[in-house]
Design a protein around this ligand. Structure first.
Ligand code: AMP
Length: 297
């Protein structure tokens, strides 16, 4: 990867000015919001944005309002210099690294809430709806500040991407939302900033998450499971065999996140589990009732 220069900006007015100057020259803007500790999954989003746009803004902001546990927020990995280098190498033009006060001044009093199964199931049920309120609010702020043509999210956080699609459509925020495939290590583990906190043994154990999702997807494609309940049982069994009790292992409609009633159409298989004290999530999207259920990897 070639080393490139990235401009680091910490305040909203400076960011608006920098983007306006480039827009004046006809540039299009792609945006990748992150919480930092950048890995190849983030970099794939940045590289795609760089292929598709003249200017790529990467925000690095560990958003306190979407954490429901103080220790999770405290333990969240931070590496500003490493992130700036990784973002630059992947093709970012601007790194926006605001302080908490820059995003939430003392008189800040607003919130964006998406109602219904999109926020109340899966992560919303486990982490509380406040998690998605926090995410939706900060993403709205960032979209208002960056005003990109396209914003990029990872399928790894499928529910997050669906929530963003919902509120950008509802609130008429003029941006295209792209959801890019999950990037995995060769052994299947979905890349996550949290993986750095896994011990070698924990990492080995965590492989059961992607393996369980894959086993569930195969049980759909080979017809060995005939109901969503059977599919979930296949995945849960794979996790249990590795000593993991999932917080959830759910089969839902891939667009609405309502529990799947039957094995047909586009389904999301989603799992959350704590391994080695680290909370991990992963998912696969499958098309049921086709010759081969294709995973989004
Ligand atoms: P985060 O920093 O964890 O909030 O993630 C920032 C963005 O990167 C989100 O859109 C995530 O879905 C995406 N992302 C995180 N991990 C991966 C991955 N393994 N593959 C693809 N995208 C990812």
């Amino acid at each position: 990867m070639t080393e490139r220069i990235v401009q680091t900006i910490r305040t909203v007015p400076e960011l608006r000015d920098a983007i306006a100057a480039r827009r004046a020259n006809g540039a299009t803007v792609g945006f990748v919001p992150t919480m930092g500790a950048l890995h190849s999954g983030h970099c794939a989003l940045i590289e795609r944005a760089a292929r598709e746009h003249d200017v790529v803004v990467v925000s690095i902001f560990v958003n306190p309002t979407q954490f429901n546990k103080a220790e999770d927020l405290e333990q969240y990995p931070r590496d500003e210099q490493g992130d700036a280098n990784a973002a630059a190498s992947a093709g970012a033009t601007i790194c926006f690294t605001p302080s908490v006060e820059e995003i939430y001044p003392t008189d800040f009093a607003s919130s964006v809430r998406v109602r219904g199964p999109l926020t109340e199931t899966l992560e919303g049920q486990e982490r509380g709806v406040g998690h998605f309120d926090g995410m939706a609010t900060v993403v709205t702020i960032l979209l208002n500040v960056v005003a990109p043509d396209v914003v990029y999210f990872g399928a790894k956080d499928a529910q997050q991407a669906l929530v963003v699609r919902r509120f950008t459509a509802d609130l008429r925020i003029p941006v295209e939302v792209v959801t890019a495939d999950t990037v995995r290590d060769a052994d299947g583990l979905a890349l996550s900033s949290r993986n750095a906190r896994l011990s070698a043994g924990g990492r080995e154990q965590a492989l059961a998450i992607s393996a369980g999702l894959q086993a569930a997807a195969e049980a759909i494609s080979d017809g060995s499971a005939t109901s969503p309940k059977d599919v979930a049982a296949v995945g849960v069994e794979r996790l249990r065999a590795a000593g993991i009790t999932p917080e959830y292992f759910a089969i839902t409609d891939a667009e609405t996140l309502e529990p799947a009633r039957q094995l047909s159409g586009k389904l999301l298989i989603a799992c959350a589990a704590t391994v080695d004290g680290v909370r991990l999530i992963d998912n696969l999207t499958v098309i049921a009732n086709r010759e081969a259920a294709t995973a989004n990897r």
